[in-house]
Design a protein around this ligand. Structure first.
Ligand code: ZN
Length: 198
């Protein structure tokens, strides 16, 4: 039984639901919230609410954005002939950090996983297909090097290869079984340079 009052228990429980937050950290965060001034606490909750209501998916690439079309899709300096397909918005940030890639992105928001009942129609594949016009010369599959990521990559490549678009895959450098977002810049640079046709 907890020695805290029920409201505090509930607050701790909410923090404990966050990724990488254990029971001790959850308690620390809850007590920190209680020690805030009203103004600080209100600013915090308002920021959460505003982020949740204003952040949506870019109409073109499905990346998260505050505007209809994200800054990368609306940029005049990006190479519109290449689309790099990733599973997660955090992968875009990871690749942008390398400063080695100047094309566009497409965020799938997941990977095909029959085990978890995630089918092709559950991720943003049809949105990618509608983007493949004459301007697009290459699609780089940068899904995670996991079973699901590989399966997703193969599935998409089969769909678009006959359209005459070059399809490549991040090759070496990214450790197998790891998440792309955790790879360092140099690993990602090698992976982008070493991509190969599917
Ligand atoms: Zn976009």
């Amino acid at each position: 039984m907890s020695s805290f009052t029920p409201s505090l228990d509930r607050l701790i429980e909410q923090f404990a639901k966050l990724p990488s937050v254990g029971k001790k950290s959850a308690q620390r965060l809850a007590f920190h919230i209680l020690s805030m001034t009203d103004a600080e606490a209100n600013a915090f909750t308002e920021t959460i609410n505003k982020a949740r209501s204003s952040i949506k998916r870019c109409e073109i690439c499905c990346n998260l954005t505050d505007t209809k079309v994200c800054t990368i899709c609306s940029s005049q300096s990006r190479d519109k002939s290449v689309i790099c397909v990733v599973e997660d918005p955090r992968d875009v940030i990871a690749i942008e950090r390398t400063h080695e890639y100047n094309g566009l992105y497409h965020v799938l928001h997941g990977a095909i996983s029959p085990m978890n009942d995630i089918n092709p129609e559950d991720i943003c594949i049809k949105e990618l297909l509608t983007r493949l016009n004459d301007d697009v010369k290459e699609v780089i599959m940068a899904t995670n090097p996991t079973v699901e990521g590989e399966a997703t990559s193969m599935y998409i490549s089969k769909l678009i290869k006959h359209l005459g678009v070059r399809v490549s895959r991040l090759a070496y450098g990214v450790p197998v079984g790891a998440d792309l977002e955790y790879a360092d810049e140099f690993t990602l640079i090698r992976a982008i340079e070493g991509r190969k046709d599917l």
